[in-house]
Design a protein around this ligand. Structure first.
Ligand code: HEC
Length: 309
């Protein structure tokens, strides 16, 4: 009961600011508690509220660029090709069968044979539902240009522009309510893709294949150099050039590699290249003192390093 003795409640009510002195300790504790709680859960607090997109299977990643022939895409007049015609529809029907039916189905229902394997189902052209880019000619042109990333709808940017318009007009026969483009929407295609100029598409090969090719060429070079060096001991018995090579060489591997790189050059070039920096190329410095007959012999011997041997 000491506390009661010490606190004079009447005094307190007269001067309520003193109440703060009593509640202060609770605020302090609450603050301390919240702070500790916050720091304790820092990991969760800093996590994104929005879950990042996780791709379901690795096939959805673009692993490499595809192999493609270079192609000239013929110029086209958008104002004409962008409007449906019987000729374009007929042409489109065939192209559709060859390029699209496997996924979108013979009748455009989105039920082609390959559709079963796709997580995102191909569009049913009879229905207006679910279109991501839209159903106008200009919208579908964009779909064919870029494909739809990660969903299995490939890009058809190698298909000539006129063929693409033909296919588009054909798939738009599957329903009667396809929206029609204004002329300016069609002309936008011209503006974006320069269709009246045609397009030169560069050839490309997959990175993986390019790497293999480089390694193969490298391997061929390494083999040639190895073989050449191995044959040197044998060659010095009856080839004057080999004897000279042995005498002026610091590193047979290097000189064979250099000789391979210099192949097809004239004797003069050969002499100049070696004399400019003999040590780096694998020769002893005294190589520059060879007589012209000796250079000749060395040149003809080193010309025998051959990728195919
Ligand atoms: C390998 C299967 C496959 C092939 C081949 C294919 N598509 Fe598709 N297509 C799809 C898939 C899957 C979708 C649905 C994409 C989505 O919803 O993200 C789709 C969607 C579309 C759409 C709707 C775009 C939008 O705005 O939502 C159009 C138009 C289309 N394809 C046209 C074509 C045409 C024309 C061809 C042939 C030149 C073709 N597709 C070939 C799989 C394919």
């Amino acid at each position: 009961m000491h506390i009661k003795d010490e606190i004079d409640f009447k005094e307190l009510l007269k001067n309520p600011i003193r109440l703060f002195g009593l509640s202060y300790i609770y605020f302090l504790l609450a603050g301390g508690f919240l702070g500790t709680y916050y720091i304790w859960n820092m990991n969760d607090v800093s996590k994104n509220a929005i879950t990042p997109v996780v791709l379901k299977d690795s096939a959805q990643f673009v692993l490499d660029v595809p192999m493609q022939r270079g192609a000239l895409i013929a110029p086209v007049n958008v104002a004409i090709a962008g409007r449906s015609s019987k000729a374009l529809i007929d042409k489109g029907a065939n192209l559709y069968k060859a390029n699209c039916a496997s996924c979108h189905g013979d009748n455009g229902m989105g039920d082609g044979l390959s559709a079963a394997a796709l997580t995102v189902k191909p569009r049913n052209f009879h229905s207006a539902e679910g279109w991501k880019n839209g159903r106008k000619v200009s919208n579908i042109y964009k779909t064919l240009q870029d494909g739809i990333l990660l969903s299995g709808m490939p890009a058809f940017n190698y298909t000539p522009a006129e063929d693409r318009f033909a296919i588009i007009h054909f798939i738009r026969t599957f329903a009667t309510d396809f929206p029609v483009d204004s002329l300016s929407e069609l002309l936008d295609l011209e503006r974006v893709y320069n269709l009246s100029k045609g397009t030169q598409l560069p050839a490309q090969i997959p990175v993986k294949m390019a790497l293999q090719k480089v390694t193969q060429e490298n391997d061929a070079e390494i083999n040639a150099v190895d073989q050449f060096c191995e044959s040197m001991d044998e060659a010095i018995k009856n080839d004057a050039g080999a004897k000279i090579a042995m005498k002026v060489s610091r590193n047979e591997n290097k000189i064979a590699t250099a000789a391979l790189a210099a192949q097809g050059r004239s004797l003069d070039d050969f002499v100049r290249i070696i004399s400019s920096d003999p040590v780096t190329i694998g020769f002893k410095p005294e190589v520059v003192r060879l007589s012209s007959e000796e250079w000749n012999a060395l040149y003809s011997y080193l010309s025998k390093v051959n990728r195919k041997s």
